[in-house]
Design a protein around this ligand. Structure first.
Ligand SMILES: *[C@@H]1O[C@H](CO)[C@@H](O)[C@H](O)[C@H]1NC(C)=O
Length: 615
């Protein structure tokens, strides 16, 4: 057969096939090239300064001092789980685009901003003058308090706020003082590993991030602390000990995780240790927390309220499913908060945290959120505690509300944006409004720590019904078990309302304190940044005025024992989150939205912003 002449190959079919093949090849090459270009870009924008890469200080061979990194590891991991690599996936933006502001509105805003800064300065000076290097200052007595290991918790926690509020001189003073902290010893016999992580490690890392990596001593201290914290993970199954006998570990003792652990303390150290690995390039920290989260992942859908994890879990035997109480409140909160945040910190490189969050959200939206009956028929949501789940009958809904739960509005709002669940935005707004309502409905404009309410039968429409409220109050009164009608019962209920100073709709105020907590303003701040709705600045201002008015002392600011009393009674305690979180969130609510943008930073549960890689 004669060989085909060349032009005979150029049939229409062949030409089309050739074009398709070349096109596909180009497309594949292009995608691949873009992928590696993206990772090159990521590398350029990798965390940490490009000009001065961080190297941990070398361990002196024998300086006669103790070093956590020199402790032999009893239960070494065989291979480290690496930080997810490759191209960052696009994550939808969180913040509302900047909008115009007229001169008068701006003047008002700047006045409020100055008032918040003034409050911070007042608290800082009180701490500086009375309790420098202690964990806390007593705002009434001026005494030094050391409930967090005695490593100057207030100072470390407030570092990044000093930076944000442009108090550079005080910031540099504080950074210098950091050098004196000795993380090899403490007077505390049992160390709370979670609190140490979120306050100290979070504080050091965010001050390092915000100040553009110009203060390497901050990172060096963070590493020292990280080395100590890693030792708490040195157990047979690598689950950390949350209430830690650090001395026993320091003496080389064998240790194992506890059988009864608060779920928040076990499951919310991911952001801090991940950021430490990202910043230093040392993968051990991320490995430590990722092992824990893989365990959470395995058991998420096997619990008695699938999608959520119970308040207490057994870390020793890896049983995260037996307990029957489920909440977004105290003792569980940040385990959920950290899921969308870890997704952001990892640049969306894995699907794991999206999956974990969406599973959990489906459950708490259905089971925990409820609309309380209020006298003004407010369209708001609270978050209840689910008890006795999975015991063969309907779970018991405890219609409580906690100040701590107020973080949920911000979490749901962030989740709605980054996972493109726009329906959840309305839920987030109602949660945020619920906490604002809880402030406004109280006599001094201050929300109490824990309250109880009546859940509406129908979340869509819910008319105020005084009879229903009275009935519920009578049920609270054990003396009223034999009948809820008649004049005597009404008189008793009225007395109950008076003695407990219950605003309409409140069934109980179980814990009357306000301890300078941040969660309400935290979610309000996030909602303002997402919605751009300036009326929330007015609501924040009302909140701030009530807080500042009632908590300010001659020294600093005081927790309140009873917000229902007029005036509320003050207590000799100012937790470090007042300067680290509450005042920071107020300040950022009145600042330009570009200051610590949610599209560039992710806040840990102590309000410490970490830079999102590649942003
Ligand atoms: C108000 O609540 C009472 C007691 O639960 C109930 O009997 C009554 O029907 C309610 N009223 C309205 C208008 O729903």
């Amino acid at each position: 057969m004669p060989p085909p002449r060349l032009f005979a190959l150029f049939t229409r079919r062949n030409v089309i096939a050739l074009v398709l093949w070349v096109g596909t090849a180009l497309l594949i090459f292009n995608l691949y090239y873009r992928g590696s270009y993206q990772s090159a870009k990521d590398w350029l924008h990798r965390p940490g300064p490009a000009h001065a890469p961080f190297t941990p200080p070398p361990i002196p061979v024998d300086d006669g001092l103790f070093h956590w990194q020199k402790l032999p590891v009893h239960y070494p991991v065989t291979s480290l789980i690496p930080l997810p690599s490759g191209a960052a996936r696009p994550i939808p933006t969180i913040q509302h685009p900047a909008s115009q502001e007229d001169t008068q509105a701006k003047a008002v805003r700047l006045e409020r901003l100055a008032a918040v800064r003034d409050a911070f300065q007042h608290a800082w000076v009180g701490y500086r003058n009375y309790a420098w290097m202690a964990d806390e200052v007593g705002p009434l007595s001026g005494e030094r308090h050391n409930p967090f290991g005695g490593w100057a918790a207030s100072l470390v926690d407030a570092l990044d706020t000093l930076w944000i509020m442009d108090m550079k001189e005080q910031f540099e003073d504080a950074v210098e003082a950091i050098g004196e902290l000795d993380f090899t010893t403490t007077e505390e016999t049992t160390l709370n590993v979670f609190e140490t992580t979120i306050r100290y490690l979070g504080g050091l890392l965010s001050a390092y991030d915000l100040s553009g990596a110009k203060y390497p001593s901050l990172l060096a201290k963070a590493v020292e602390l990280g080395e100590m914290l890693l030792v708490a993970f040195d157990t047979p199954n690598r689950m950390p000990i949350t209430r830690w006998d650090w001395k026993k570990a320091r003496d080389g003792g064998l240790q194992e995780a506890d059988s009864n652990v608060l779920v928040a303390e076990l499951g919310s150290m991911t952001l801090e240790l991940t950021r430490l690995s990202q910043t230093t390039g040392d993968g051990r920290f991320y490995d430590a927390v990722q092992r824990v989260m893989d365990e959470f992942d395995k058991q998420q859908m096997k619990t008695k309220l699938p999608g959520m994890w119970p308040i207490t879990v057994n870390a020793r035997d890896l049983d995260f499913i037996s307990d029957t109480s489920y909440t977004l409140g105290a003792m569980a909160d940040s385990v959920y908060e950290y899921l969308p945040k870890q997704h952001m910190l990892l640049g969306g490189r894995t699907e794991q945290y999206r999956k974990l969050y969406l599973n959990a959200a489906a459950t708490f939206k259905e089971h925990n959120f409820y609309r309380p009956m209020t006298i003004d028929n407010a369209d708001i949501l609270f978050s209840a505690l689910v008890q006795k789940a999975g015991e063969g009958r309907p779970a018991i809904l405890d219609n409580s509300m906690q100040h701590l739960v107020c973080f949920a509005g911000g979490m749901v709002a962030i989740g709605a944006r980054i996972f493109s669940r726009s329906d959840d935005l309305a839920i987030a707004r109602r949660l945020v409004d619920g906490c604002i309502w809880a402030y406004q409905s109280m006599p001094n404009g201050l929300m109490a720590e824990v309250t109880h309410h009546i859940a509406c039968d129908n979340a869509q429409s819910c008319e105020w019904n005084e009879t229903r409220w009275y009935e519920e109050l009578a049920r609270q009164d054990s003396a009223d078990s034999n009948g809820v009608s008649g004049a005597a019962y009404e008189a008793r209920v009225r007395t109950r309302i008076r003695t407990h100073r219950l605003p309409p709709g409140y069934v109980a105020i179980d814990d009357t304190r306000y301890i300078l907590r941040p969660e309400a303003i935290e979610s309000l701040f996030i909602w303002y940044r997402i919605s751009g709705d300036r009326t929330y600045q007015d609501k924040a201002w009302a909140m701030f005025q009530s807080i500042d008015k009632h908590t300010r002392t001659s020294i600093a600011h005081a927790a309140l024992d009873d917000v229902t009393a007029s005036p509320p009674t003050q207590a000799d305690r100012m937790e470090s989150f007042w300067m680290a979180e509450t005042l920071k969130y107020f300040y950022l609510t009145f600042a330009e939205p570009s200051l610590v943008s949610l599209d560039e930073f992710v806040f840990n549960t102590e309000a410490h912003p970490f830079r999102r890689p590649g942003r």
